[in-house]
Design a protein around this ligand. Structure first.
Ligand code: AMP
Length: 448
């Protein structure tokens, strides 16, 4: 599609698009527009960077007529607070010339202030599922006017264990509504979720990961352990001219803090870290500073970085090898965007060689190995996880050896996840599906 004019959009939206300097719709935008406008449920498979926020907001805003209704008519759910802020900001840009009222709500902040904001009324509410549910339960927010619901980054939401909250919320929504979701990957969990709540959805997907691999140069260093990886990083990052804006992925919060402390001593205010244990203000400031190029180096976990629109990254450094190859693709896709060249560097230990081979298999590409620089010190120090585990004869540590002490859950504590909702059990006695989840579930049971 060559221009936004082909989409037949309102004047107000055209002005907003002109202000943003967008010339033509991205593929996901061009392909989602008519599907969402038609009112059918939609599943979009696309990553951050493909323009997916606008892909759902453009048709939604186009369809949203002025109203004095206090209760929101559109609900957008996202997995993290940062994403709430980012999406609200995007909506405000697109809705610049229309009188759209949008509010964002998320956990970790004063709920009373959010209650006041909700009471003032909004057309669109952007939320993390937990806080949204709290607002509904405390009757500060009513969902009865919701006509369209967007669930963004569904795969991350399910990974984070939000299934229960999502299910609860979806069941509180009016049955007559349009469901739209976006996911970077189509996992089994996502499939089950769609099956439970969506009605005959149309799938719109853009090329796997949407990442132009040819824009990204990939390299790997074989490194024996964590502290040597840190030494190598210190060495590489000294080169400020090349390593202009660096995103470093680590596997968990603990490694994030450990690595940050090491780099902080060396690079001071040039480096920041984000993970879920950091306060919200700290996280927001870190991302803003990184985007504004005030900090050069950002250490992050996979979950924290997903969905964030970080631009012009010169280097993605994989401090570990992700166990899921998709995560590697998501990580490196943060560089080499918008026709720019980017570099991805992978640091792998002997133990991580197999995971690296799996990733190479998926890409059908061997990552070029670089010589470990002679001037970098090889550390003998090992992290707790790297130390050989001594098993005391009478004090076995693995679950298998531990025997009966590692007992099965009691029957009453075992929960079987059938998808759909707990209400199904109660409502089954009425022999009538009361929710979409139940309907689908019953249909499947009959089909079997
Ligand atoms: P998203 O995938 O929604 O996170 O968007 C990634 C970035 O692309 C955001 O900074 C958008 O402002 C930008 N963007 C969205 N649509 C377009 C477009 N049609 N042309 C150029 N940039 C766009």
């Amino acid at each position: 599609m060559e221009s936004f004019n082909e989409l037949n959009i309102s004047k107000q939206m055209q002005y907003a698009i002109a202000d943003l300097g967008f010339e033509k719709p991205t593929p996901i935008q061009a392909r989602s527009f008519s599907v969402i406008m038609s009112g059918t449920d939609m599943v979009g498979i696309a990553q951050t960077g493909t323009g997916k926020t606008f892909a759902y907001m453009l048709p939604i805003l186009q369809d949203l007529k002025f109203s004095k209704e206090t209760n929101p008519r559109v609900l957008v759910m996202v997995p993290t607070r940062e994403l709430v802020l980012q999406v609200v900001e995007e909506i405000e840009k697109f809705g610049k010339y229309s009188s759209i009222r949008v509010i964002g709500v998320f956990g970790g902040t004063n709920i009373n202030r959010q209650k006041e904001a909700v009471a003032e009324g909004a057309d669109i509410i952007v939320a993390t599922p937990g806080r949204l549910y709290d607002l509904v339960v405390s009757r500060a927010l009513q969902l009865k006017a919701i006509k369209k619901v967007v669930i963004d980054e569904v795969d991350v939401m399910l990974d984070l264990g939000f299934r229960f909250q999502l299910t609860n919320i979806l069941e509180l929504l009016p049955t007559k509504r349009q469901n739209i979701m976006f996911s970077a990957t189509m996992t089994d969990d996502v499939n089950v979720f769609i099956h439970d709540f969506f009605i005959a959805p149309k799938t719109v997907s853009v090329a796997v990961s949407g990442t132009p691999l040819e824009n990204i140069s990939q390299f790997a260093y074989a490194v024996p352990n964590f502290y040597t990886k840190a030494n190598l990083l210190k060495h590489l990052l000294q080169n400020e001219n090349d390593f202009k804006k660096v995103l470093i992925f680590v596997p968990n919060k603990k490694s994030a803090d450990l690595l940050f402390d090491i780099l902080d001593e060396y690079f001071g205010s040039e480096v920041a870290v984000i993970h879920s244990n950091k306060t919200q203000n700290y996280r927001i400031r870190s991302i803003e500073n990184f985007n504004a190029k005030k900090t050069r180096i950002l250490v992050t976990t996979d979950v924290m970085a997903r969905g964030l629109d970080l631009d012009q990254i010169s280097h993605v450094i994989n401090f570990d090898v992700p166990n899921f190859p998709e995560n590697y693709m998501h990580r490196i896709g943060r560089t080499g965007r918008a026709e720019q060249e980017g570099t991805a560097i992978l640091l792998y230990t002997e133990k991580e060689q197999d995971a690296k081979a799996t990733i190479e298999g998926l890409m059908n590409l061997k990552i070029a190995k670089l010589e470990f620089p002679k001037e970098v010190e090889i550390s003998k120090q090992l992290t707790y996880e790297e130390q050989p585990q001594v098993v005391e004869i009478n004090n076995p540590t693995s679950a298998e050896e531990a025997g009966p002490a590692f007992h099965e859950k009691k029957a009453k504590n075992k929960k079987e996840n059938l998808g759909g909702s707990y209400k199904r059990i109660i409502k089954q006695k009425y022999k009538k599906p009361k929710t979409r989840g139940d309907k689908n579930f019953r249909k499947n049971k009959r089909g079997k």
